[in-house]
Design a binder for this molecule. Sequence first.
Ligand code: ATP
Ligand code: MG
Length: 417
Amino acid sequence: MRTLQPVRGTRDILPAEMRRHRAVAETARRVAAQYGYEQMATPVFEFTEVFKRTLGEHSDVVMKEMYTFPVSEEGDTVTLRPEGTAGFARAYIANGMQQNLPVKAFYTGPMFRHERPQKGRLRQFHQVGVELLGPSRPLADVEIIAMGQQVLAELGLSESITLELNTLGDLESRKAYRAALVEYFAGFKDKLSADSRHRLDRNPLRILDSKDEGDQAVVADAPTFGDYLNQHSQDFFGQVCEGLDALGIGYRLNSRLVRGLDYYSHTCFEFTTTALGAQGTVLAGGRYDDLIETMGGPATPGTGWAAGIERLSMLMDRDTTPTRPVAVVPAGGDAEMAALRITQDLRGRGFTVDMGYSGNMKKRLKRANNAGACAAVILGGDELAQSVATVRNLDTGEQETVALDQLPGYLARYQPG
Ligand code: ATP
Ligand code: MG
């Protein structure tokens, strides 16, 4: 075997970290449900076209980051999903979901991008996300931003996170801005990175998002979008801001904020933190009114966001602890079968129960303590003859004799409902 390490950029998620992942995913799912969003899932891989057409042929994701495999002699390929929206849009069209607008969906699962692994940047990572199809009004954007904010607040993260907000305007505004950017950047061609020189012909907006220092110096004096927004785009953005103000949600306008993918229009936003170094964006999204039509579906406005579970779970300082088990401890071989039956009966009633398989009583009690058990149900021969057990509180050491048929009622003090 070449190596027992996981493939570069992928990770094993051990139980303590998995608990944090679950807390993120569960919190997001619960909050989304409060807004009427129902969970759905699409496949982890799709025909490559699904991503190529929607994310933009020239986006970083499509050009460098996709894991693509051949699946037929004819040259069809499939790609591991780098993000959730394209597959969701495909599913919306394929399942005729336009019959039931608005569609409000929540999803969670692994995503795959072939990028340089570093803190907060993996090749297999996980996201939670929401999509809202149907509403074209700015209030819909306000709602999904408010939902993102609530998820972060319920994870205890609102203090350390800022909301950055921008608009990419409608198509007309983007065309005008694009032309202005091409003209401006053309004057600095020799100062731009090779990547950004490519972007110049293809998608100059993306130069604004470049992480290259040389690019950033040029970007600093680039024309700003605000000057190229038509009236409709200005009104739309104004209403998003008004809605956020009405809800008391603070934000920072950032005219340099663009999203890495082609399908966005109007509202775009990112919740960022300074606590994770360069990988500071934890939740990001925006409006994508042209996406469904681009894919060949019925024109349907949409808006949504996705959040990186690994980045959020790194920010959470509190660990969520698992339920402390009740330990059933048979004293002596004769008691083992009875202990097995009692253990299984308690689990059937909803208790979390551990039974040590071997060792003397002292050893088993020690193991119960190590497992974080809250109480031990000790079963000895004498006790069984009288149909009772000794229940010891493992925090205080106090113990009581309890009739076996009273056991579930008695243990409820340790693991209520
Ligand atoms: P970045 O600018 O950090 O590359 P992005 O714009 O590519 O992010 P999105 O496509 O908006 O990211 O994905 C939404 C969220 O998913 C990000 O804000 C981040 O939290 C998470 N994410 C994206 N790529 C990765 C990755 N390679 N590893 C871990 N998390 C990621
Ligand atoms: Mg990226």
